[in-house]
Design a protein around this ligand. Structure first.
Ligand code: M6R
Length: 376
């Protein structure tokens, strides 16, 4: 059932183009008539009406997807959005706000903290005046799960069952759900012109083949790098803007399956402390893609290089400037900055996988971890 792959995780990484295709088909309409929405989430207007605020509750990799969701919702639909660790939210919820959408993100639909935070939110809104009523939405890969029974509306992420403990294809599917949700909100609130929405959807349609190209070009590169980094003890991942959560995700993947200490940072924060960690023994992986913060990330990466760190760049192919700065390149195609996280995460998944595999570790069942964390 591993279909020739050594581990489920590698198989699941390679399934990502197909997962994105399935989500594209489900979430977006092909030939729309004028005035018809190209987004097909099937969510009722009551969920969206007069929306003033969004809170997203999640854990782990789902929390990283939620951070990207926040970026997309705020930038495209202009709705103030906060992302919370479910385990923190439960015991210190923010003051009740009106016309607020609460989104629980959990691929398994069984994460105890996420379910408990949603239950708490539902309960504290019970009996309140209409504007305070709970508007709950779940994003999950298992609509039949406990989450599915708890919330009235679901976006189903269609990744198929994921066996590897490290979330890969379900993360990419969650990102697709957030693209659809942010675009749906933008469309309904008319914060983005219909032509621009159509353009973003068209670019999303190119993503599966871009992931395929990335997988093809990166397998060997990441395997070679894994060979060199199998004994490394610490890694730093840097990103900014929409790719800061990808730095967090790259570090989490490496930690959980290779047991190497890794930290993800917003690149601009380096100089406020973490830069003291850097030397020739600590490689730095920087996600540097053209867009609002490109030059900034490059200059942050240069600061790391000046401390003798070996610099690995996740950056577009044929970028002359980047090629000179980085010691090693994990090239990705140049796409719209808004879509870049979905490509940038792929080489980081592969890097983590190959390092863990080279260290001879149980990639699919890492120590101390379970696929769904059903205890607090
Ligand atoms: O099923 P969930 O999405 O709620 O799981 C949340 C986390 O436990 C999960 O993402 C965990 O961090 C993964 N092992 C990450 O690869």
């Amino acid at each position: 059932e591993k279909q020739g792959f050594k581990h489920f995780m590698l198989k699941e990484i390679h399934e990502q183009p197909g997962v994105v295709r399935a989500n594209l088909e489900a979430y977006f309409r092909n030939d729309v008539n004028p005035g018809e929405s190209p987004i097909n989430l099937g969510l009722p207007t009551e969920l969206y009406n007069d929306l003033e605020q969004i809170h997203i509750l999640a854990c782990g990799t789902s929390w990283h997807a939620a951070l990207i969701g926040k970026y997309l919702i705020e930038q495209l639909a202009g709705i103030s959005t906060q992302v919370h660790y479910a385990s923190e939210y439960r015991y210190a919820p923010p003051p009740l706000t009106a016309n607020t959408l609460i989104i629980g993100v959990t691929q398994s639909g069984e994460t105890a903290d996420t379910l408990a935070a949603l239950a708490m939110e539902k309960e504290r809104r019970q009996g309140k005046e209409p504007k305070y009523q709970a508007r709950l939405l779940g994003i999950t890969n298992r609509p039949e799960s406990s989450l599915g029974h708890m919330v009235p509306h679901i976006i189903s992420t269609l990744a198929g069952i994921e066996i590897g403990v490290a979330a890969t294809k379900t993360f990419v599917a969650q990102l697709m759900a957030f693209y659809a949700l942010a675009l749906d909100l933008a469309d309904r609130r008319q914060t983005v012109a219909p032509e621009k929405i159509a353009e973003i959807i068209n670019s999303l349609r190119q993503i599966p083949k871009e992931i395929e190209a990335t997988l093809e070009s990166q397998e060997r590169l990441t395997e070679q790098l894994a060979h060199e980094f199998a004994e490394t003890q610490d890694f730093i991942f840097l990103g900014r803007g929409i790719n800061f959560p990808i730095a967090l995700e790259g570090a989490l993947k490496l930690k959980e399956i290779s047991y190497i200490h890794a930290e993800g940072y917003p690149a601009g924060e380096m100089k406020h402390g973490p830069i003291a960690l850097l030397d020739a023994k600590v490689p730095v992986v920087a996600i540097a893609v053209p867009g609002t913060v490109y030059e900034k990330v490059i200059s942050n990466a240069q600061e790391a290089k000046a401390r003798d760190s070996r610099l690995i760049g996740v950056t577009p192919v044929n970028d002359g400037e980047a090629a000179e700065i980085f010691n090693d390149l994990l090239p990705v195609s140049h796409v719209d900055e808004l879509l870049s996280p979905i490509l940038a995460v792929v080489p980081l998944q592969l890097l983590a996988y190959h390092i863990a595999a080279r260290r001879g570790l149980d990639v699919d069942q890492p120590r101390n971890l379970a696929k769904s964390v059903t205890v607090e």
